[in-house]
Design a protein around this ligand. Structure first.
Ligand code: 2P0
Length: 320
Protein backbone atom coordinates (compact mmCIF):
# COMPACT_ATOMS: atom_id res chain seq x y z
CA UNK A 1 0.00 0.00 0.00
CA UNK A 2 1.43 3.44 -0.78
CA UNK A 3 -1.16 5.34 1.23
CA UNK A 4 -3.35 4.59 4.24
CA UNK A 5 -5.71 6.60 6.41
CA UNK A 6 -6.55 5.85 10.03
CA UNK A 7 -8.84 7.28 12.69
CA UNK A 8 -8.17 7.26 16.44
CA UNK A 9 -9.81 8.88 19.46
CA UNK A 10 -8.41 10.51 22.60
CA UNK A 11 -8.43 8.68 25.93
CA UNK A 12 -8.70 9.88 29.52
CA UNK A 13 -6.89 7.92 32.22
CA UNK A 14 -8.71 6.69 35.33
CA UNK A 15 -5.37 5.47 36.68
CA UNK A 16 -2.70 7.85 35.41
CA UNK A 17 0.57 7.35 33.58
CA UNK A 18 3.11 9.74 35.07
CA UNK A 19 6.79 8.98 34.65
CA UNK A 20 8.86 6.75 32.41
CA UNK A 21 11.06 3.82 33.34
CA UNK A 22 12.83 4.10 29.96
CA UNK A 23 12.75 7.23 27.78
CA UNK A 24 14.08 5.61 24.61
CA UNK A 25 11.58 2.76 24.58
CA UNK A 26 8.84 4.89 26.17
CA UNK A 27 8.24 2.39 28.94
CA UNK A 28 6.07 3.67 31.80
CA UNK A 29 7.10 3.55 35.46
CA UNK A 30 3.66 2.07 36.22
CA UNK A 31 0.72 0.59 34.36
CA UNK A 32 -2.33 2.79 33.70
CA UNK A 33 -5.95 2.45 32.64
CA UNK A 34 -8.12 4.72 30.52
CA UNK A 35 -11.35 5.14 28.65
CA UNK A 36 -11.09 5.95 24.96
CA UNK A 37 -13.71 8.55 24.05
CA UNK A 38 -16.22 8.53 21.20
CA UNK A 39 -15.64 12.24 20.50
CA UNK A 40 -12.90 14.32 18.85
CA UNK A 41 -11.28 11.82 16.44
CA UNK A 42 -7.96 12.43 14.70
CA UNK A 43 -7.77 11.37 11.04
CA UNK A 44 -4.31 10.83 9.59
CA UNK A 45 -3.15 9.86 6.10
CA UNK A 46 0.37 8.58 5.44
CA UNK A 47 1.55 8.40 1.82
CA UNK A 48 4.99 7.18 0.77
CA UNK A 49 6.53 9.85 -1.29
CA UNK A 50 9.45 10.42 -3.61
CA UNK A 51 10.41 13.70 -2.00
CA UNK A 52 13.69 14.07 -0.16
CA UNK A 53 12.25 14.15 3.36
CA UNK A 54 9.07 13.62 5.32
CA UNK A 55 6.43 16.33 5.25
CA UNK A 56 3.72 16.98 7.82
CA UNK A 57 0.52 18.96 7.54
CA UNK A 58 -1.51 19.52 10.73
CA UNK A 59 -5.05 20.87 10.49
CA UNK A 60 -4.30 22.41 7.11
CA UNK A 61 -1.03 24.16 8.06
CA UNK A 62 2.58 23.12 7.59
CA UNK A 63 3.97 21.67 10.82
CA UNK A 64 6.76 23.34 12.75
CA UNK A 65 10.27 21.82 12.56
CA UNK A 66 9.81 20.45 16.09
CA UNK A 67 6.50 18.74 15.24
CA UNK A 68 8.00 17.31 12.04
CA UNK A 69 11.10 16.03 13.86
CA UNK A 70 8.95 14.07 16.33
CA UNK A 71 6.95 12.48 13.48
CA UNK A 72 10.10 11.70 11.46
CA UNK A 73 11.64 10.01 14.51
CA UNK A 74 8.53 7.86 14.78
CA UNK A 75 8.44 7.07 11.04
CA UNK A 76 12.14 6.09 11.21
CA UNK A 77 11.13 3.37 13.66
CA UNK A 78 8.37 2.15 11.32
CA UNK A 79 10.78 2.22 8.35
CA UNK A 80 13.38 0.28 10.29
CA UNK A 81 10.80 -2.42 11.12
CA UNK A 82 9.62 -2.47 7.50
CA UNK A 83 13.07 -2.35 5.88
CA UNK A 84 11.98 0.63 3.81
CA UNK A 85 13.74 3.98 3.60
CA UNK A 86 11.26 6.04 1.59
CA UNK A 87 9.98 9.27 3.18
CA UNK A 88 6.29 9.96 3.68
CA UNK A 89 3.80 12.78 3.43
CA UNK A 90 1.65 12.89 6.56
CA UNK A 91 -1.62 14.82 6.66
CA UNK A 92 -3.43 14.93 9.99
CA UNK A 93 -6.74 16.50 10.96
CA UNK A 94 -7.52 16.76 14.62
CA UNK A 95 -11.13 17.50 15.54
CA UNK A 96 -10.53 18.40 19.18
CA UNK A 97 -11.83 21.96 19.31
CA UNK A 98 -8.94 24.24 20.29
CA UNK A 99 -11.14 25.21 23.21
CA UNK A 100 -11.58 21.69 24.58
CA UNK A 101 -8.18 21.60 26.26
CA UNK A 102 -7.71 17.90 25.53
CA UNK A 103 -4.26 16.71 24.53
CA UNK A 104 -4.05 15.39 20.98
CA UNK A 105 -0.87 13.31 21.24
CA UNK A 106 -2.76 10.11 22.17
CA UNK A 107 -5.20 10.15 19.26
CA UNK A 108 -2.52 11.68 17.02
CA UNK A 109 0.13 9.00 17.49
CA UNK A 110 -2.47 6.18 17.59
CA UNK A 111 -3.77 7.30 14.18
CA UNK A 112 -0.23 7.84 12.85
CA UNK A 113 0.95 4.40 14.03
CA UNK A 114 -2.07 2.69 12.46
CA UNK A 115 -1.77 4.51 9.13
CA UNK A 116 2.03 4.28 8.93
CA UNK A 117 2.08 0.55 9.75
CA UNK A 118 -0.39 -0.10 6.92
CA UNK A 119 1.42 2.17 4.47
CA UNK A 120 4.80 0.56 5.07
CA UNK A 121 3.32 -2.96 4.99
CA UNK A 122 3.75 -3.96 8.64
CA UNK A 123 1.20 -6.59 9.60
CA UNK A 124 0.68 -5.85 13.31
CA UNK A 125 -2.01 -7.11 15.67
CA UNK A 126 -3.56 -4.81 18.28
CA UNK A 127 -0.91 -5.68 20.84
CA UNK A 128 2.02 -4.85 18.57
CA UNK A 129 0.31 -1.77 17.18
CA UNK A 130 -0.17 -0.49 20.74
CA UNK A 131 3.54 -1.14 21.42
CA UNK A 132 4.40 0.83 18.30
CA UNK A 133 2.07 3.75 19.17
CA UNK A 134 3.66 3.82 22.64
CA UNK A 135 6.94 4.86 21.04
CA UNK A 136 5.30 8.01 19.62
CA UNK A 137 3.56 9.00 22.85
CA UNK A 138 2.98 6.80 25.86
CA UNK A 139 -0.73 7.50 26.19
CA UNK A 140 -1.25 6.75 22.45
CA UNK A 141 -0.77 3.08 23.28
CA UNK A 142 -4.14 3.17 25.09
CA UNK A 143 -5.99 4.63 22.07
CA UNK A 144 -5.22 1.55 19.93
CA UNK A 145 -7.69 -0.86 21.59
CA UNK A 146 -11.21 0.46 22.14
CA UNK A 147 -13.22 1.20 25.28
CA UNK A 148 -11.58 0.83 28.66
CA UNK A 149 -7.95 -0.16 28.18
CA UNK A 150 -5.09 -1.14 30.45
CA UNK A 151 -1.54 -0.25 29.41
CA UNK A 152 0.85 -2.66 31.07
CA UNK A 153 4.18 -1.64 32.53
CA UNK A 154 7.05 -3.96 31.65
CA UNK A 155 9.79 -4.39 29.09
CA UNK A 156 9.37 -3.57 25.39
CA UNK A 157 7.55 -6.83 24.65
CA UNK A 158 5.28 -6.69 27.71
CA UNK A 159 4.32 -3.01 27.64
CA UNK A 160 1.18 -3.05 25.47
CA UNK A 161 -2.45 -2.02 25.86
CA UNK A 162 -5.58 -4.14 25.73
CA UNK A 163 -9.29 -3.69 26.37
CA UNK A 164 -10.60 -4.80 29.75
CA UNK A 165 -14.15 -5.62 30.84
CA UNK A 166 -15.92 -2.61 32.38
CA UNK A 167 -19.45 -1.45 33.16
CA UNK A 168 -21.11 1.33 31.11
CA UNK A 169 -19.34 4.64 31.85
CA UNK A 170 -19.55 8.21 30.62
CA UNK A 171 -17.25 11.20 30.90
CA UNK A 172 -18.23 14.84 30.96
CA UNK A 173 -15.46 17.18 29.84
CA UNK A 174 -15.37 20.49 31.71
CA UNK A 175 -13.15 23.01 29.95
CA UNK A 176 -12.08 25.70 32.39
CA UNK A 177 -9.21 27.09 30.37
CA UNK A 178 -8.36 26.48 26.73
CA UNK A 179 -4.89 28.03 26.92
CA UNK A 180 -1.52 26.36 26.43
CA UNK A 181 -0.27 24.34 29.38
CA UNK A 182 2.67 25.95 31.20
CA UNK A 183 4.94 22.91 30.78
CA UNK A 184 4.59 19.82 28.59
CA UNK A 185 3.81 16.57 30.35
CA UNK A 186 6.96 15.00 28.90
CA UNK A 187 9.14 17.68 30.49
CA UNK A 188 7.09 17.74 33.69
CA UNK A 189 7.44 13.96 34.09
CA UNK A 190 11.23 14.32 33.91
CA UNK A 191 11.24 17.05 36.54
CA UNK A 192 8.91 15.04 38.79
CA UNK A 193 11.17 11.99 38.66
CA UNK A 194 14.30 14.07 39.23
CA UNK A 195 13.02 16.28 42.05
CA UNK A 196 9.70 15.25 43.65
CA UNK A 197 10.33 13.42 46.93
CA UNK A 198 6.88 11.85 46.52
CA UNK A 199 7.67 10.10 43.23
CA UNK A 200 9.06 6.93 44.85
CA UNK A 201 5.72 6.54 46.69
CA UNK A 202 3.71 7.17 43.51
CA UNK A 203 4.95 3.97 41.88
CA UNK A 204 3.68 1.34 44.38
CA UNK A 205 0.59 3.43 45.17
CA UNK A 206 -0.41 3.56 41.50
CA UNK A 207 0.37 -0.12 40.96
CA UNK A 208 -1.91 -0.98 43.90
CA UNK A 209 -4.68 1.35 42.65
CA UNK A 210 -4.44 -0.19 39.19
CA UNK A 211 -5.03 -3.67 40.59
CA UNK A 212 -8.02 -2.43 42.57
CA UNK A 213 -9.31 -0.61 39.49
CA UNK A 214 -9.13 -3.70 37.28
CA UNK A 215 -11.06 -5.63 39.94
CA UNK A 216 -13.66 -2.84 40.28
CA UNK A 217 -14.08 -2.75 36.48
CA UNK A 218 -14.53 -6.53 36.33
CA UNK A 219 -17.07 -6.35 39.16
CA UNK A 220 -18.95 -3.49 37.45
CA UNK A 221 -18.58 -1.40 40.62
CA UNK A 222 -18.96 2.17 39.31
CA UNK A 223 -18.72 3.69 42.78
CA UNK A 224 -15.34 2.08 43.43
CA UNK A 225 -14.14 2.94 39.91
CA UNK A 226 -15.03 6.57 40.59
CA UNK A 227 -13.41 6.71 44.02
CA UNK A 228 -10.19 5.20 42.68
CA UNK A 229 -10.23 7.58 39.71
CA UNK A 230 -10.52 10.73 41.82
CA UNK A 231 -7.95 9.68 44.41
CA UNK A 232 -5.41 8.63 41.77
CA UNK A 233 -5.80 11.96 39.95
CA UNK A 234 -5.29 13.97 43.15
CA UNK A 235 -2.28 11.84 44.06
CA UNK A 236 -0.76 12.49 40.64
CA UNK A 237 -1.20 16.23 41.09
CA UNK A 238 0.29 16.02 44.59
CA UNK A 239 3.37 14.25 43.21
CA UNK A 240 3.69 16.81 40.41
CA UNK A 241 3.29 19.73 42.82
CA UNK A 242 6.13 18.29 44.88
CA UNK A 243 8.58 18.98 42.05
CA UNK A 244 11.31 21.62 42.29
CA UNK A 245 10.66 24.19 40.93
CA UNK A 246 7.00 23.30 41.59
CA UNK A 247 4.59 22.53 38.77
CA UNK A 248 0.94 23.31 39.36
CA UNK A 249 -1.59 22.41 36.66
CA UNK A 250 -4.78 22.80 38.69
CA UNK A 251 -6.16 26.31 39.07
CA UNK A 252 -8.85 27.88 41.22
CA UNK A 253 -11.32 27.15 38.41
CA UNK A 254 -10.31 23.46 38.45
CA UNK A 255 -10.86 23.32 42.19
CA UNK A 256 -14.34 24.81 41.75
CA UNK A 257 -15.18 21.88 39.47
CA UNK A 258 -13.84 19.35 42.00
CA UNK A 259 -16.02 21.10 44.63
CA UNK A 260 -19.07 20.99 42.35
CA UNK A 261 -18.50 17.26 41.80
CA UNK A 262 -18.25 16.66 45.56
CA UNK A 263 -21.50 18.62 45.89
CA UNK A 264 -23.18 16.34 43.32
CA UNK A 265 -22.21 13.30 45.35
CA UNK A 266 -23.53 14.92 48.53
CA UNK A 267 -26.87 15.26 46.73
CA UNK A 268 -26.90 11.66 45.52
CA UNK A 269 -25.66 12.25 41.97
CA UNK A 270 -22.66 9.96 41.55
CA UNK A 271 -19.80 11.74 39.81
CA UNK A 272 -16.02 11.70 40.22
CA UNK A 273 -13.43 14.17 38.97
CA UNK A 274 -10.08 13.68 37.27
CA UNK A 275 -7.61 16.05 35.60
CA UNK A 276 -4.54 15.65 33.40
CA UNK A 277 -1.55 17.89 32.77
CA UNK A 278 -3.66 21.04 32.65
CA UNK A 279 -6.50 22.81 34.46
CA UNK A 280 -9.42 21.11 32.71
CA UNK A 281 -11.47 18.58 34.63
CA UNK A 282 -13.17 15.44 33.32
CA UNK A 283 -16.05 13.99 35.31
CA UNK A 284 -16.70 10.26 35.36
CA UNK A 285 -20.27 9.09 35.82
CA UNK A 286 -22.88 6.60 34.63
CA UNK A 287 -24.23 7.18 31.11
CA UNK A 288 -27.76 7.73 32.46
CA UNK A 289 -26.48 10.47 34.82
CA UNK A 290 -24.27 12.30 32.29
CA UNK A 291 -26.86 14.90 31.24
CA UNK A 292 -27.61 15.78 34.89
CA UNK A 293 -23.86 16.05 35.61
CA UNK A 294 -23.37 18.33 32.60
CA UNK A 295 -26.29 20.55 33.65
CA UNK A 296 -24.96 20.79 37.21
CA UNK A 297 -21.46 21.67 35.97
CA UNK A 298 -22.98 24.57 34.06
CA UNK A 299 -25.18 25.70 36.94
CA UNK A 300 -22.74 25.23 39.81
CA UNK A 301 -19.30 25.72 38.25
CA UNK A 302 -20.10 27.96 35.28
CA UNK A 303 -18.89 25.46 32.67
CA UNK A 304 -20.21 26.84 29.38
CA UNK A 305 -20.52 23.76 27.22
CA UNK A 306 -19.67 20.48 28.91
CA UNK A 307 -19.10 17.67 26.39
CA UNK A 308 -20.50 14.22 27.12
CA UNK A 309 -18.41 11.27 25.88
CA UNK A 310 -19.08 7.53 25.92
CA UNK A 311 -16.52 4.74 25.38
CA UNK A 312 -15.17 4.99 21.86
CA UNK A 313 -13.68 2.59 19.31
CA UNK A 314 -10.06 1.59 18.96
CA UNK A 315 -7.94 2.96 16.12
CA UNK A 316 -9.01 1.75 12.67
CA UNK A 317 -8.15 2.11 8.99
CA UNK A 318 -10.58 3.83 6.62
CA UNK A 319 -10.66 4.43 2.89
CA UNK A 320 -8.54 7.50 2.22
C1 2P0 B 1 -2.28 9.98 31.33
N1 2P0 B 1 -0.88 11.99 30.90
O1 2P0 B 1 -2.24 8.85 31.87
C2 2P0 B 1 -1.36 11.05 31.88
C3 2P0 B 1 -2.04 11.86 32.93
C4 2P0 B 1 -1.04 13.33 31.34
C5 2P0 B 1 -1.54 13.27 32.72
O2 2P0 B 1 -0.25 10.42 29.46
O3 2P0 B 1 5.95 11.78 26.92
O4 2P0 B 1 1.60 12.81 26.19
O5 2P0 B 1 4.43 11.41 24.97
O6 2P0 B 1 4.78 9.60 26.65
O7 2P0 B 1 1.55 10.32 26.63
C6 2P0 B 1 0.47 12.56 28.95
O8 2P0 B 1 1.63 11.95 28.55
O9 2P0 B 1 3.58 11.69 27.28
C7 2P0 B 1 -0.25 11.59 29.78
P1 2P0 B 1 4.73 11.09 26.41
P2 2P0 B 1 2.02 11.66 27.03
O10 2P0 B 1 -3.10 10.23 30.42
Amino acid sequence: MTSATAIAHPNIALIKYWGKADETLSLPATGSLSMTLDVFPTRTTVTVDDTARDTLQLNGRAATEGELARVTKFLDLVRELAGDTRPAAVVSENTVPTGAGLASSASGFAALATAAAATYGLDLDTRDLSRLARRGSGSASRSIPGGVAIWHAGDDAASFSETVAAPPLAMVIATVDAGEKPISSREAMRRTIATSPFFPAWIPSTAASLELMVAACAAGDVTRIGELTESNALRMHAVIQGSEPPIRYLTAASTRVFDAVAGMRAHGLEAYATADAGPNVVVLTRPEDAAAVAATLTAEAGIAEPVIALPGPGAYLVDG
